[in-house]
Design a protein around this ligand. Structure first.
Ligand SMILES: [Zn+2]
Length: 313
């Protein structure tokens, strides 16, 4: 029997010795490996810290260095600014009575505006407006005969707004320079003021605020008139009643009512010049159609938010 024999116990003692030596040796070696790994990791981290410290130091030194002198700013070339335009001093009484305050955009409002009067057409337009109980706006040109002056007075007495359209309505003369425009506009300004006692505050550029004649100066023109407290008004919708070939009453009505769509506000361009025979007869239908669509009809006021072609909302 091997088990229990002397040989068995000898082997057992030998095996015990082997186990007692092997286990600590193996353990010691594996422990050393772990320690070495950790040491290596520490060394790497120290290296990273050193690198970081170095970059911090570099940054600090850079910050301490005096900044490079900035390149010299070139002197702005002497430019002509609108603040000192020579035409500012022209016509010292050519100003609106009050500065333009906060502009108001009243929703669901239509504004009937009539350009190029006064003329015989104006009488018929005023009659219809009176019958319908509607106030409107007239952008007038320079006419000094007694009938024209009476028409201006009637507009004012009946509560309409009288705006400036210019004296001559001649694109070539008006838009040659800001000075030329001011000279002309001032004439119609004084005509309205001296005839009606009311100082106009709104105006309309012939051909609109931006057109093929005034492209070079339209911004300067608008700025100068705004500086003087006047508000320019283009239009959302044209009645097409000034077509040179003539136009029917139905066409005028349709041009407005078929195109107004869901406009929030509508400044409507009409004409009361001498040739515009369809305008006044179209008005009752236009007014009824606008009211039916929920619009109130108002004249332009000094603080009515304008529509301007070059400056969309
Ligand atoms: Zn006109």
């Amino acid at each position: 029997m091997y088990f229990g024999s002397v040989r068995f116990f000898k082997h057992l003692i030998l095996l015990s010795f082997l186990v007692m030596i092997l286990i600590p040796t193996v353990a010691a070696f594996s422990l050393r490996g772990t320690v070495r790994e950790q040491e290596a990791q520490l060394t790497r981290q120290e290296g990273q810290i050193a690198e970081l410290e170095q970059s911090v130091e570099t940054l600090r030194r850079q910050a301490e260095q005096p900044a490079e002198p900035a390149p010299p700013v070139p002197e702005p070339a002497p430019v002509f600014t609108a603040d000192e335009a020579p035409y500012h001093s022209l016509y010292p009484d050519f100003y609106a009575p009050a500065p333009i305050g906060e502009l108001v955009a009243t929703p669901a409002t239509a504004y009937l505006t009539f350009d190029d009067g006064p003329s015989a057409t104006t009488d018929r337009v005023l009659d219809v407006l009176a019958e319908e109980g509607v106030l409107a706006t007239f952008f007038v040109v320079g006419r000094e005969d007694e009938a024209s002056l009476n028409r201006l007075r009637r507009m004012a007495e009946e509560g309409h707004t009288i705006g400036m359209h210019t004296w001559s309505h001649s694109y070539r003369d008006l838009y040659g320079s800001v000075e030329q425009y001011l000279e002309d506009a001032y004439r119609v300004f004084t005509l309205i003021r001296d005839t009606t006692g009311q100082t106009p505050t709104v105006f309309r550029f012939p051909g609109g605020s931006i057109n093929s004649y005034n492209r070079a100066i339209y911004q300067e023109l608008i700025a100068e008139m705004l500086r003087r407290g006047f508000v320019p008004h283009d239009w959302h919708l044209s009645a097409g009643d000034a077509a040179p070939s003539g136009v029917t009453t139905a066409a005028v009505t349709n041009n407005i009512l078929n195109n107004i769509g869901s406009m929030e506000r509508a400044v409507i361009l009409l004409h009361d010049g001498a040739g515009q025979s369809a305008t006044a007869p179209a008005l009752p239908g236009v007014i009824a159609g606008l009211r039916q669509r929920g619009y109130q009809l108002l004249p332009l006021a000094a603080n009515t938010q304008p529509i301007l072609f070059g400056y969309p909302d």
